[in-house]
Write a protein that binds this ligand. Structure first.
Ligand SMILES: [Zn+2]
Length: 338
């Protein structure tokens, strides 16, 4: 049971996929995904990871950069929200970038996000798209963001690849996107998460390893918060077809902004769920991985998401967590040979 959950055996050749080929959580044999059963088993059998400066657990902070320029729907909803609140300064920023400078787009907000995290002694990973094709619309040209990418890297935050919609089962496409991002950044990238959390067990892990990635953070449910394979620690996936470990570190995703707020829950209910997950991971000396899209930070009609993120930083800071990027978690895990 623990082994099947850990390896995601039921996802091999599963027919229970949604329109984006993603495994649907409701079809999982193990439904108590707020309980990290596999990590619990490991801890009860002597596993005890440590963290820098004796921190009791870690938080892996990540941002998928899907949008750099607000699509028209966002501009409209943001404008309505600002008008309702008579917030004309904010309204100006939401609309004026389109007329003047693209650099002033409200979603080119990486510095603001880094400044916020710095206040709590944290840093994070930004995963950027570097593809020409997307299922919905053109997103952005990564070449236009060169200065921002360099700045993110120079401040000690991480730039990783947000693999395109069509990349998860296409090695050639992953290689193309990786190369394109590395050319702009002028540095190797080691971290990955696929757009829409599209993922194939175990094929995506194998492709990412072949492409030279050292860690992935895609393995979470798009429709539910929790622990998809019962783990609240990073791990090396096991391939049941080849009967061997895959040489990549998976830092499983537990909480994504979109999932939380799409469930129609109140802020209080969302917070209770988030707090429960953080407390659980802390009690197992684990790593909890969060994905907060960059457009959650400067989008007037999604203000609750930004407020929730700050609340999480504040809470984890008070619990003395190590709040850091995927890259730093990877290096620590490798150094300690966990
Ligand atoms: Zn995405």
């Amino acid at each position: 049971m623990v082994w099947d959950l850990y390896t995601r055996k039921e996802e091999y050749h599963s027919q229970h996929l949604d329109q984006h080929d993603r495994f649907i959580s409701a079809h999982g044999a193990y439904q108590d995904i707020l309980d990290p059963a596999v990590s619990r088993y490991l801890i009860h059998n002597g596993f005890r990871p440590d963290y820098p400066e004796d921190k009791p657990f870690a938080v892996c902070l990540t941002h998928d950069v899907d949008e750099v320029y607000p699509p028209y729907r966002h501009i409209l909803l943001s404008s309505i929200t600002c008008l309702k609140k008579l917030d004309f300064n904010r309204l100006r920023r939401q609309v004026s970038w389109k007329l003047h400078e693209k650099e002033k787009s409200p979603y080119r907000n990486f510095r603001e996000i880094m400044d916020l995290e710095k206040k709590y002694g944290a840093c994070s990973s930004f995963y950027f798209l570097a593809t020409h094709s997307d299922i919905r619309r053109f997103r952005y040209n990564i070449e236009d963001l060169e200065d921002e990418l360099v700045q993110i890297h120079e401040r000690g935050w991480e730039v990783g690849l947000h693999g395109g919609y069509y990349a998860f089962n296409d090695l050639e496409e992953i290689l193309r996107e990786k190369k394109r991002l590395e050319q702009v950044l002028d540095k190797k990238v080691i971290g990955y998460r696929n757009h829409y959390l599209r993922f194939q067990v175990p094929g995506s892990w194998e492709n990412l390893t072949r492409a030279g990635f050292l860690y992935d953070t895609t393995l979470g449910y798009h429709d539910r918060a929790g622990f998809r394979n019962g783990m609240c620690h990073p791990f090396h996936p096991y391939n049941l077809n080849t009967e061997g470990e895959v040489n990549i570190l998976e830092i499983p995703l537990s909480i994504m902004d979109v999932t939380l707020f799409d469930l129609g829950k109140s802020s209080e209910e969302v917070w209770n769920l988030v707090k429960r997950l953080i407390d659980t991971v802390a009690s197992y000396r684990g790593v909890i991985c969060l994905n907060w899209h960059n457009d959650s930070f400067n989008c007037p009609f999604k203000n609750t998401r930004k407020i929730m993120y700050e609340k999480i930083l504040e809470y984890c800071y008070s619990k003395n967590a190590w709040m850091t990027s995927g890259e730093n978690i990877y290096s620590w895990w490798k150094k300690n040979e966990y």
